[in-house]
Ligand binder design. Structure first.
Ligand SMILES: Cc1cc2nc3c(=O)[nH]c(=O)nc-3n(C[C@H](O)[C@H](O)[C@H](O)COP(=O)(O)O)c2cc1C
Length: 269
């Protein structure tokens, strides 16, 4: 088994309990020279692999087909329309569109009269601990200068962390550089794992990733609703990307990325 040995004491959250998730996180990072499975092998494995278990010996109970034309089926339509897109035109989105996407992690209700210490948000969160922090690379956004911003759900506001267009540097951290170049914005979902691992130990690491999935889906649906192309990405070089954001890669590290832009056919806003 591949294991990178390092001193836990170099990280802030170095409790015995967190050792496994830290080792896993570090060992699952993609490097520039990481081995890749050759495309023909991927195709041949896919051809041999089932995408769904079928218990054909058992009785099937058919479900009604999805009717996207049903009145009030906005959510069904959105879910159906969501698609990963990778060929975008280099045009801007509006500040309003960016703000709306970010509402995917906004505060939705108060924690008053509950046992929870934080107000609740647009996603479920293991223990209501909200371990994610969001950074946005603004490339092409009307009324917002290029740069890297942090989103605060508490104040529903952005703070500029890095002034000036960082898109070229960001693209360098991704396998598909052209997607990042053409994206109007890229949101980097980072995990502050100890917010969850202090309570749940190694499982808190899983909870952080689960929450990132919830959040990314919210982003996809908001973007789809506004007719924006969007793509969720796990194909990035972790160490390089964390370094760009000034993160140590263990106490806080990028866990997922989401880009949005405009479809090639749409042209400029
Ligand atoms: C965890 C995860 C990581 C992904 N990473 C990438 C990526 O790095 N690059 C990419 O082009 N697509 C990426 N995708 C998108 C998938 O390729 C896409 O969802 C899949 O092909 C299904 O197509 P659809 O999203 O259009 O339905 C990722 C999806 C998920 C869920």
């Amino acid at each position: 088994m591949k294991r990178r040995i390092y001193e836990l004491s170099q990280f802030e959250s170095g409790s015995e309990d967190s050792e496994l998730w830290e080792l896993f996180h570090d060992n699952s990072k993609v490097e520039l020279n990481s081995p890749i499975v050759p495309p023909d092998e991927v195709l041949s494995r896919m051809a041999q692999t089932s995408d769904s278990l079928e218990y054909t010996a058992k009785q099937q109970i058919p479900l009604p087909a999805l009717d996207v034309d049903e009145p009030g089926s906005v959510l069904q339509q959105l879910i159906n329309q969501r698609v990963s897109e990778r060929e975008w035109t280099l045009t801007e989105i509006t500040f309003a569109e960016l703000s709306k996407i970010l509402q995917g992690y906004c505060i939705t209700r108060s924690n008053e009269d509950t046992e929870f210490l934080q107000p609740f948000r647009a996603v479920p969160s293991g223990g209501g601990l909200f371990p994610l922090e969001l950074y946005i690379n603004v490339h092409n956004c009307v009324d917002l200068d290029p740069g890297i911003y942090h989103f605060s759900p508490r104040s529903n506001s952005l703070v500029r962390m890095v002034r000036g267009d960082q898109t070229a540097k960001l693209a360098d951290c991704f396998v598909q550089q052209d997607v990042i170049y053409n994206a109007a914005i890229t949101i980097l979902l980072t995990g502050m794992f100890s917010r969850s691992t202090f309570k749940y130990g190694n499982r808190g690491y899983r909870f952080t990733l689960m929450e990132a999935g919830h959040l990314a889906q919210n982003f996809c649906l908001y973007a789809t609703d506004m007719g924006l192309s969007n793509l969720c990405m796990g194909g990035y070089f972790d160490r390089k990307l964390d370094k760009l954001l000034n993160l140590d890669g263990v106490t806080q590290s990028v866990v997922y990325a989401f880009s949005a832009g405009r479809k090639i056919s749409e042209g400029s806003v």
